[in-house]
Design a binder for this molecule. Structure first.
Ligand SMILES: N[C@@H](CCC(=O)N[C@@H](CS)C(=O)NCC(=O)O)C(=O)O
Length: 282
């Protein structure tokens, strides 16, 4: 497996054995693998997701909107078990042709609107409710700078560092070094930004914080990949301060539990159809 003399063949071919932990779901093609409609509840928004960092961004946004008093932000959240391949059912693929959680259907439009990619979902909801996104051009642009920074940067943290440090079948020095360096560089970018600003995009908490916290906040608080010591995250003092401040928000605590089907019983809320589904868990 870790043959240092490996020479790529002239043409790459698919070998299921090379998929590691994700061998049963990864394939080099896209599209539906089986027929299955998505369930649908009674609320305006239907979310199909899982409590991974990309999923949590959206459930935190919904909980923040509800906490702010937007009653029309009620949502049904259904569990998509990506390790069992739920994302390849025909209904899910119709909602997101990229077969990745989170996927959202806004049933208040005619026809219903599908929204996929967590950053697009945050922006869609922020615009729809006119919340968590500054109205002035400069503030809005700065928020979008950081929202898109997250979308471009987190794959190096997740698909790069997290994959090789945590999931790969063996530890390989070259990729772990490469991605640890890049992730530390990213942590330094955030730390410097947070030295000058209370929140990521300035004085106000918003969708940039919601996008970045589930990845970088959980890395810093030690709940992502168990890599806090390896990356010496305590050195990023401003990032630690922000991680604690954002993590202590009630809506963040609630959002983290939605579509979660692991951990202690009290931390699990695989489906959410009403606020009371989370009561007593936070
Ligand atoms: N850029 C996408 C990434 C979504 C993503 O990678 N989702 C993962 C879980 S965190 C997934 O659904 N993986 C299933 C698969 O790759 O088959 C977003 O932000 O929405």
């Amino acid at each position: 497996m870790s043959d240092p003399t490996y020479t790529p063949p002239k043409i790459w071919t698919f070998d299921e054995e090379n998929g590691g932990k994700f061998a049963n779901i990864n394939r080099p093609d896209s599209g539906a693998r089986f027929e299955k409609d998505l369930p649908q509840g009674k609320h305006p928004f239907q979310l199909y997701s899982l409590a991974t960092p990309n999923g949590v961004k959206v459930t935190v946004m919904f909980e923040e909107l509800l906490a702010k008093g937007f009653k029309d932000a009620e949502y049904d959240a259904y569990l998509v078990n990506i390790m069992e391949g739920d994302q390849f059912g025909s209904g899910f693929v119709a909602a997101n042709p990229n077969s990745k959680i989170p996927a959202l259907i806004d049933t208040t439009t005619n026809p219903p609107t599908r929204v996929f990619e967590s950053g697009a979902i945050l922006l869609y909801l922020a615009e729809k409710f006119d919340a968590f996104l500054p109205k002035d051009a400069a503030g809005r642009t700065e928020t979008l700078n950081w929202l898109f920074w997250q979308m471009g940067s987190a794959p190096f943290l997740g698909g790069g560092f997290g994959h090789f440090y945590n999931y790969a079948p063996e530890k390989y020095e070259y990729p772990i070094n490469r991605y640890a360096m890049e992730v530390k560089r990213q942590l330094d970018v955030l730390d410097k930004q947070l030295a000058e600003n209370q929140f990521i995009a300035g004085d106000d908490y918003g969708i940039a914080d919601m996008a970045i916290w589930p990845w970088y906040g959980t890395l810093v608080n030690g709940t992502l990949y168990g890599a806090a010591e390896f990356l010496q995250v305590h050195e990023y003092k401003n990032l630690v301060r922000w991680t604690e401040e954002v993590g202590s928000r009630e809506a963040v605590k609630r959002g983290r539990l939605v579509n979660r089907n692991w951990g202690e019983d009290i931390e699990q809320c695989p489906e959410r159809h009403s606020a009371s589904d989370l009561d007593g868990r936070v």
